[in-house]
Design a protein around this ligand. Sequence first.
Ligand code: PLP
Length: 401
Amino acid sequence: MGYSDKHKLKTTNLQLPIRLLLGPGPSNLHPRVNQQLISSMVGYTDASYYKVMDETMELMRYLFQTDNHFTIPISGAGTAAMETCVSNLVEPGDKVVCLVSGFFSDRIYQMAVRYGANILKVDKQWGQWFGLEEIESALVQHKPSLLTLVFGETSTGVKQQMEGVGELCKKYNCLLMVDCVAALGGVPVFVDDWKIDACYTGTQKCLSGPPGISPITFSNAACHKIATRKTPVANWYLDCNLLGGYWCPEFNLADGTISKEEKSSIPRRYHHTTPANLLYSLREALVLLVEEGLDNVWKRHQDAAILLYAGLESLGLKPFVPQLNEQSEKGGRLFSLTTVIIPEGVDGKMVMKYLLDNFNIEIAGGIGAFAGKVWRIGLMGQNANPSNIKLLISSLSDALK
Ligand code: PLP
C-alpha cells in the first residue's frame, strides 16, 4: 500500500530511429508542419486561436473542393472522423447501404451496426470496385437514407469509381458518405462536383502531418439530417450539433443559413479542449497545399506513382490492381497507395525487415484478406518524389537478391 517505485522507469531519454515512411501511413512530416508542433500554446477561447480555427476551416474547403460551411477538424485519428460521420448520420433503424470490398469499408459497416442501422451490406471481392448498376440496384432494393463507401481503399490499393455515384444517390434521396483518408491531398477529390454529403480524411497520409486531427465536411443536406434527428447522437464527443457550437456558431445546421452578425460577436460554446498544436500543424500542411497548388500536388502524386510502377516492373514485380486509369472519377489504381503482389517463393516479411534494418525504409504488408499476399507502398504527401522512389527501388532490388 502507499507510494511505490515499482513503475519508475530507469531511463527518461526518448530516442527514435529516423525512417523513410513509404507504407500506408503515417508518412513523414514536412519540416514546416513539424515546426508548428512547438508553436506557442494559447487558450481555446483566445481570439488568436479562433483566427487559426477559421483559417483552417477555409483551407479545408480548398482541400475538399467544397463550399460546405460545416467543414471542421475532428480531434482524433481518421477513425474518429469516420465515426463522426456514422454516429451523426445514422439513427437506430435507419436504412444504410454499406459497399464493402476492403478492410476500411468493412470498418464503416461495423460502426453502422453498432449505431443500430438497418444495413444492406453489399460485399465484393477485395480488390474490386463497385459499378453503377450494382449501386443502383442496392438503392432500389433497400431504399437507404445513407450509402457508405471508401474512395481510396488502403488495404487493396483500389480507387472506387465516383462518376455518377452522387447523382444516383440524389435520385434515390440518399446521403453519400465517402472515406478519403488515403487519397485526399494526393488524388483528385471533388466533394461538391461529386455530390458527396459526408467526407473525411486523416492528416498523417497525403497531408504529411501528425496523426490525431482529422478534417471532415458535411453538405447542408447532411447537416439538416443531423440537426433534425429524432434521437440524440449516441456519441457525445463527436456530436456535430455540439461541435458546431464551437467551430461555427454562426451556422444553422437545420436550415443551412449563416448569421449576418460578425462571427467574432457570436459566442462560441466550449465543447472540448481541441489539440492546438495539431491544429497549427494541420493549418501549415494546408498552407503548403495552397502554395504548391492542388492540381500540381495531384500531378506530383501521379508522376510518382507512374515512376514507381516502372521501377517495380524493372524488378519483375506487379501491382495488384491491373487497371491504371488516370481519370480521377474512374475506378482503378490509387496513386497514393500501391499494392504489390509478393512473388511466389519470396518471404514478404523478410523483405520488409531488410528494408527497415538496412535502409530505414518502412513499407507494409497486407492486412485482412491480403495478409501475406501483397506489400503496400505509399507515396504520400511530401514523400511522393522521384528520389524516394529511386532509393526504394534500388533497396528493393538489393533485398530481393
Ligand atoms: N480509412 C482508410 C481508408 C484508412 O486507410 C485508414 C487508416 O489507414 C483509416 C480510415 C483510419 O485512419 P486512422 O488509422 O487514422 O484512424
